[in-house]
Ligand binder design. Structure first.
Ligand code: NAD
Length: 321
């Protein structure tokens, strides 16, 4: 088996490779070639940790495996380690033998950023110029970097509950040679694309704070109870997601569906747009909303891609196992 340690991922994995892996696996999911297994997430009663597994099988890409890990809230303070910890295990689908063990921390950020980036490629207006961010934490920087590659953006605007964190966004904008402006939520009406990536449990953005023609990627809501936007926005928008079952139970659509404002049938798979089975955006005035809930197959896809790169570059550690 191969081992690709966490420390090697930054130099190996490119945004392009993550983008391609996620785009392909979303397409495979919509074509019925790939499916996610039920997610296990447990409070283990030790160190206040949440631990679990996200797995799946992609018959098209022949990727089988799981991501194991979770959240250890005391890591940073007690041990100087990051609180989110995960490892991906890949198995040979022909034999069941373990194929690889891959550090999953950085990969999680890259695959999450790739998901919104794929949604922008397929759903945002071609002439999008202003990108708006809600959230300015760890994931937000990855999100913005990946998104900026999808359109010829001319300006970044951003809002965050904790304004002192906005310098994270400004740093990425400056890196890309773009101006950055901090705005109030009403100011997001200027945006052609909006990404929300916060740990909020209440709607931040109201439906009337989004202009016609906008594409919005809601990326923070990945658990029951979390929420970033007014459910009325999902009524105004055409809603797309990575996986419908997750979108309506743990994603942003959970609230609009629970309130009877939209039905499960109103949520389409982004993969269907990639495959050409769904028209996606059909007018310049339409609002499109991508509910990115995060699926195990995304983790497996980027891990598989990084193993390939590591083997090619002679960096993968080979173990007789
Ligand atoms: P972080 O702690 O670095 O940043 C949190 C962000 O949320 C900051 O911008 C903070 O100001 C904001 N925030 C915190 N509480 C808020 C509140 N009550 N209202 C509004 N904003 C609030 O976290 P991160 O690593 O950037 O993760 C952000 C979110 O993304 C988390 O909810 C995480 O679970 C989620 N996430 C989703 C996926 C996915 O696949 N969809 C993957 C990874 C992380």
């Amino acid at each position: 088996m191969y081992i690709v340690p966490e420390r090697e991922i930054a130099d190996l994995m490119t945004r392009k490779a993550a983008f391609d892996a996620v785009e392909q696996v979303f397409a495979a999911m919509a074509a019925g070639d790939a499916y996610n297994f039920p997610v296990v997430r447990e409070a283990i009663g030790h160190e206040d940790a949440l631990y679990g597994f996200k797995g799946g099988f992609d018959r098209a890409g022949l990727t089988l495996g799981l991501k194991a890990g979770g959240y250890w809230p005391n890591n940073l303070e007690k041990r100087g380690l990051i609180n989110h910890q995960s490892t991906v295990f890949l198995f040979d689908p022909d034999t069941g033998k373990v194929r690889a063990m891959v550090g999953g921390n950085l990969l999680t950020a890259l695959r999450t950023a790739a998901a919104s980036s794929v949604s922008i490629k397929h759903l945002a207006r071609e002439d999008a110029k202003v990108i708006g961010m809600i959230g300015a934490g760890h994931q937000a920087k990855f999100q913005l970097r990946a998104a900026l590659e999808q359109r010829e953006f001319e300006k970044v605007i951003g809002w965050n509950l904790h304004p002192e964190m906005l310098e994270n966004l400004e740093e990425v904008a400056t890196e890309a040679g773009l101006p950055f402006e901090a705005v109030e939520l009403d100011g997001l009406k200027e945006a052609d694309v909006i990404i929300s990536i916060t740990s909020s449990f209440d709607a931040i953005l109201k439906a009337d704070q989004v202009s016609p023609g906008t594409h919005i990627a809601c990326m923070g809501t990945d658990t029951k109870g979390k929420q970033e936007v007014d459910p009325q926005l999902l009524v105004r928008a055409d809603v797309f997601t990575d996986e419908v079952a997750q979108s309506i139970s743990i994603g942003e659509a959970q609230h609009a569906v629970a309130q009877g404002l939209i039905a499960e049938a109103d949520v389409a798979q982004l993969g269907a747009v990639i495959n050409g089975a769904h028209p996606g955006r059909t007018s310049a005035a339409q609002i499109t909303l991508f509910d990115g809930t995060g699926v195990g197959l995304q983790d497996l896809a980027v891990a598989s891609s990084v193993v390939e790169l590591a083997v090619k570059q002679g960096i993968a550690i080979e173990v007789d196992f």
